[in-house]
Design a protein around this ligand. Sequence first.
Ligand code: IVH
Length: 675
Amino acid sequence: MKQPNVPPEAKKRSLELQKTIRYHDKKYYDQSEPEISDFEYDRLYRELKDLETKYPSLKTTDSPTQRVGGTTSKHFKTLPHRVPMLSLDNTYSLEELQEFDQRVQKGLGNEKYEYVCEMKIDGVSIELIYEDGELTHALTRGDGEKGDDVLENVKMIKGLPHQLKGSNFPERVEIRGEVYFTRADFEKINREKEEQGEQLFANPRNTASGTLKTIDPKEAAKKPLHILLYYVFSPKPLPFDTQEESLQWLKKQGFPEDPHHRICKTIEEVHSYCEEYQAKRDSIGFDCDGVVLKINDFKQRIKLGETTKIPRWAIAFKFAAQRAETTLKAITLQVGRTGAITPVAELEPVSLEGTTVSRATLHNEDEIKRKDLRVGDRVIVEKGGLVIPKVLQSVPEKRKGNEKVFKMPTTCPVCESKLEREEGEVAWRCENAACDAQVEGRIEHFCGRDALDIRGAGPAVVKQLLTEKLIHDYADLYYLKEKDVADLERKAEKSAQNLIGQIDESRKRTLGRLLFGLGIRHVGVHVAEILATRYKDLWAVTEAAEEELTAIDGIGPIVARSIVAFFDTAANVKILKKLEKGGVNLKRLKEEEPSGEQPFAGQTFVFTGELKGYSRKEAEDIAKKLGAKAAGSVSKLTSYVVAGEAAGSKLKKAKELGVPVISEDDFNNMIKKYR
Ligand code: IVH
């Protein structure tokens, strides 16, 4: 079939969408810090899918529409899902449910069929594996193909059977469901965190995800996770043939019961169920973002089958995010730890999704201009699963004439230095690294959960330590004495001891956490972990040149430049030395060492010319897997140049510098015994 020509705008837009969706996948799945609501995400996703349907050549294999987001964590054993964990097709419109029903009807010919409607719980999906009746694994979704085994944490969930009853089941039973927190428990957890002055969790889903990935199961046990199971299957026959019967079986086995599911015989009954639950979603007690409807009969499910990503026998109807109208009283500026300025909407308090909203992020100056938001405007705010709500738009019809157009200040609201905006960047920045707000933000970040994890040093305590001039940077924490802290207002002696004890504990954290905690721009948890696996200690990272860093898989030029700039700054090096003197671990710990054999650790390879057996990237990947670095150009530091056919200037350079040159066959001989 002839494929339609792709107009350049469509190509450009699809690349843009791919990039944006990948970014948000990472935020949602890997960092548990979503920035946009599900509704906005789904809109982007749908736009990309529509473009790809219209112009199939845009559907590249790495498009986010072709895979499930999320990756695995290295703290847990990763195991494959026997059956991939698919996602669900979803829609926000009842008309599209009708279309889904028509497709089902067509797929099943004249057969009668019925749906089971269930709540779509906004939690974290999990797969339980029972072998000979015993719960042996609990896998997260991971990338859909393989997930992390978080069994020990899952076993801490109250009311979850560790053993199946009776013997009427096959030797392997797989059960999928959702792990979540109730809203009440989530609020209690956050209240306690607030009292401790710790950073709050973003929402129940992220809290559940974080709890499942807690390294110490005893810690996980302290939080009241819930679980609900909705999908039982097995490589062998099971003692039931429908969804309804499987839910009954789960109940008899002692699993928590779902009181909300209902059999619907027609799509009209499904509509009523969706409308009913949309109306009462706030009184259910946990976050649910829609309804899942699935064909009841398992044989009919097989008949309908699935695509590589979604089953054809189920679909999710998603509730639109809740919105409310209120007044934009003022726009204030927040200075982040990197100096980025975020405008914040100060709102007339309004109730939304069970909480009171009085502030919302406005992201940046351009957003305010684009939405033409004026101080005094009536505005629409949306929450959509995020703790920090968003201002969607203003209601210009309601303007009285005294609303004020926002003018971005030219100086930092905290230190009054001039704000700068680099070309191509959306954020204005305060470039004064000594700005109080930045200093405070950096210390808070350093003490944060994914960094040095000093629980007692939450935002309130950090602020107090700074005001009392007990610390000036994060390294000063390691020189605090119990009596310094005990003097602090609102700190009883016991908590002072706690804080000092926690600071002491944090001296032993991993190199990865430390690298993340330093607050280098563009270095997130993932990049920090990559660096920690590569380098034996912090000083080795400080010595890495930009080119060497860029050669590492997962580190791009912007990140590399930022790392080098950080370590080139004398003030930063001074703080690192202070950390070292304060007894903080700067070395890679055993658990961070690269897995598998690393016979080429410390060596750098440069591949040049045309290779017979591999593409350049493939050869580089093999060398990297065995511990080597792969560089793009030859220098004195190069260990080997692997020269293929028609190698040119790099070969010449190697000869000039006396770097060993080997052939592709030599390279094959070198790697033979490790592959
Ligand atoms: S059924 C192959 N039922 O929603 C179909 N999923 O967007 C398996 N979810 O991956 C999914 N509540 O994590 C199903 N009652 C429910 C659900 C549910 C929440 C989640 C689940 C799934 C995602 C799809």
